[in-house]
Ligand binder design. Structure first.
Ligand SMILES: [Zn+2]
Ligand SMILES: [Zn+2]
Length: 460
C-alpha cells in the first residue's frame, strides 16, 4: 500500500462528517487516482531503472575512476529536471531539485565497483578489466550491489520529479565515488557538499544484500555498522640463511606471534559481549624456503562500536606489535600505519522508529524487519559527523525462492563482495524505489521545526 492512500482515508472520513456526499465522492476518486498513479509511476520507473541496472552492471568502474558511471547518472538526472553539478570531490555528482519551502533531504548512492572477477554466469555479467591504482590490470565487478542502489535512486528521482504536487522542500541527490576505499564521502564534503549546495536536514541511503529476500527492507535503530580501522604493519627483522637462524632475527616468527597475540585483545582485554573484531587480512613475507627475510608485512582491519573500546583496541595493537618485536630483540621497532578509518553508522532511534512506520505503510507489515547491527563499515558516517542526521536501511536482494531454500538447508547465500553475488535485481529495485519515495515524501512533508526536533538527538 502506498502512502497517499492513508491520506485519502483520513481526509475522506473528515469530509463525510462535515460535507454532503457528492464532494467526498469526488475527492475519493481523485485521491484514489493519485495513489494508483504513484504505484504506476513506481512501476514505470522500475522498468527503466532495471534496464539502467543491466547497463551499469556490465560497465563497472573502480573507486575514484567512476567517470562514465557519473556521466550516465548526471545526464539522466538533468533530463529529469534536476540542477546537476559534476566533479564534486573527484567524480561525485550533486543533483538538486527545489520545490518551495520545506526541509532539505539528501538521498545518496555510491558509484564504485570492486576488483573482483565475476562468476555469476548472468547474461549481463561484467567482462571489464581496468588498471588499479598500482597499475595492475584487474577484473572489475559490481560485487557490492551499488548498481542496484544507482538504479533505485534514478527511479526515485524520476518519481519525485513527476510528483512535485504532493511534496515540498528540496531534494539533494548525490552520487558518491569511492565508498569501497572509504574516501569518497570525505572528499565530497571537503569539496563543499554542505556549503556549495543546500545542507540537508536528513541524509538517506540504503544497501542491498542477501540477508533479506527481495521485496523486504530492514531497519536497525542505533548502531547499524561498525567503526572500521585499517592498519598496515611492517616488522623489521634481520635476514639470513635458513640454516643459520642464530645469525638472524626472523620477522616471520615475530609476525606469527603477533597474529595470535592480537586475538587476546577481543578475548582477554574487552568486556565479554562487547563486539570487537581484529582480522589479519594479509601476512606477507619471504621469497624462498631457505632464506630468512628482512621484513614481514601484516594488514589488519579492526571493527568496534564504542569509541572508548576503539581507542583501547587500537592502543593494545600498538603495544602488542611493539612488545613482540622487542621481545625478539629487533634493532628497529615495527612501523605501524593507520591508513583508513571510518566511524560507525548510527540511526537515531526516534527517526528509525518513524521511518519504520512509513516503510510498513509503503510495503506492508510483513516486508519490514528489524535487523541486528553488523560489523560492516560505511563512509556514510562522515555525513552524520558533519551534523546531518542519517537514516540508513537495508534492502533485500536475495531471490525469495533461493532465500527460503537456503534458510531450510542452512546454506549461506553469496555475500556482498563475492564473485557470485547476484541480487534479484528487478524486485529489489522496485522495492528500493517504493521505499525511498515513501521515506523522502514523509520527511519532505514534515514541518521543518518538527523534523529538526525529531532528529535533534541524531546529529552526533
Ligand atoms: Zn562493499
Ligand atoms: Zn557497498
Amino acid at each position: 500500500m502506498l502512502q497517499p492512500i492513508s491520506e485519502f482515508l483520513i481526509i475522506r472520513a473528515t469530509m463525510h462528517r462535515s460535507l454532503g456526499l457528492l464532494f467526498p465522492l469526488l475527492l475519493t476518486v481523485s485521491l484514489f487516482a493519485q495513489a494508483s498513479d504513484t504505484a504506476k509511476e513506481v512501476q514505470a520507473a522500475s522498468a527503466s531503472s532495471y534496464t539502467l541496472y543491466q547497463d551499469l552492471h556490465q560497465h563497472p568502474e573502480l573507486s575514484s575512476h567512476e567517470t562514465k558511471t557519473a556521466a550516465t547518472l548526471a545526464s539522466r538526472l538533468r533530463s529529469l529536471g534536476y540542477d546537476v553539478t559534476e566533479n564534486v570531490g573527484g567524480t561525485g555528482i550533486v543533483a538538486v531539485m527545489k520545490n518551495g519551502a520545506g526541509p532539505t533531504v539528501m538521498l545518496r548512492t555510491e558509484l564504485d565497483a570492486l576488483p573482483v572477477l565475476e562468476k555469476t554466469g548472468l547474461p549481463y555479467a561484467s567482462k571489464v578489466t581496468a588498471k588499479d591504482d598500482t597499475g595492475k590490470e584487474v577484473p572489475v565487478m559490481h560485487a557490492c550491489g551499488h548498481d542496484v542502489h544507482m538504479a533505485s535512486l534514478i527511479g526515485t528521482a524520476a518519481v519525485m520529479a513527476e510528483s512535485k504536487n504532493i511534496w515540498h522542500g528540496t531534494v539533494v541527490i548525490i552520487g558518491q565515488p569511492a565508498e569501497e576505499t572509504i574516501t569518497g564521502a570525505k572528499r565530497m564534503i571537503d569539496d563543499g557538499l554542505f556549503t556549495r549546495f543546500p545542507k540537508p536536514d536528513v541524509a538517506v541511503a540504503l544497501h542491498v544484500g542477501n540477508g533479506l529476500p527481495a521485496g523486504k527492507v530492514g531497519v536497525t535503530p542505533g548502531y547499524m555498522s561498525s567503526n572500521a580501522d585499517s592498519i598496515k604493519i611492517t616488522i623489521f627483522g634481520k635476514g639470513g640463511h635458513g640454516s643459520a637462524p642464530e645469525k638472524s632475527i626472523d620477522p616471520i616468527v615475530i609476525g606469527a606471534k603477533i597474529v595470535l597475540a592480537l586475538q587476546t585483545i577481543p578475548s582477554r582485554e574487552v568486556k565479554p559481549g562487547e563486539p570487537v573484531v581484529v582480522t589479519v587480512g594479509y601476512f606477507q613475507a619471504g621469497l624462498k624456503n631457505n632464506i630468512i627475510p628482512d621484513e614481514a608485512k601484516l594488514g589488519l582491519t579492526v571493527r568496534t562500536y564504542d569509541q572508548n573500546v576503539r581507542k583501547h583496541v587500537l592502543a593494545s595493537i600498538d603495544r602488542i606489535v611493539k612488545g613482540e618485536a622487542e621481545a625478539a630483540g629487533v634493532q628497529k621497532l615495527p612501523l605501524i600505519v593507520h591508513d583508513e578509518a571510518t566511524d560507525a553508522v548510527y540511526n537515531d532511534p526516534a527517526l528509525a522508529k518513524r521511518m519504520s512506520a512509513v516503510l510498513v505503510e509503503a510495503l506492508g507489515k510483513d516486508n519490514v524487519e528489524q535487523e541486528p547491527p553488523a560489523m560492516t563499515s560505511e563512509d556514510f558516517s562522515y555525513f552524520v559527523e558533519q551534523g546531518v542526521p542519517g537514516f540508513y536501511f537495508s534492502l533485500g536482494g536475495a531471490n525469495p525462492e533461493k532465500y527460503a531454500q537456503a534458510k531450510a538447508s542452512g546454506e549461506i547465500l553469496p555475500s556482498n563482495h563475492s564473485p557470485l553475488f547476484a541480487p534479484d535485481a528487478k524486485p529489489a529495485i522496485e522495492t528500493g524505489i517504493t521505499a525511498e519515495v515513501a521515506v523522502l515524501r514523509d520527511l519532505l512533508n514534515m514541518p521543518v521545526a518538527e523534523l529538526r526536533q525529531l532528529t535533534a538527538s541524531a546529529a552526533k
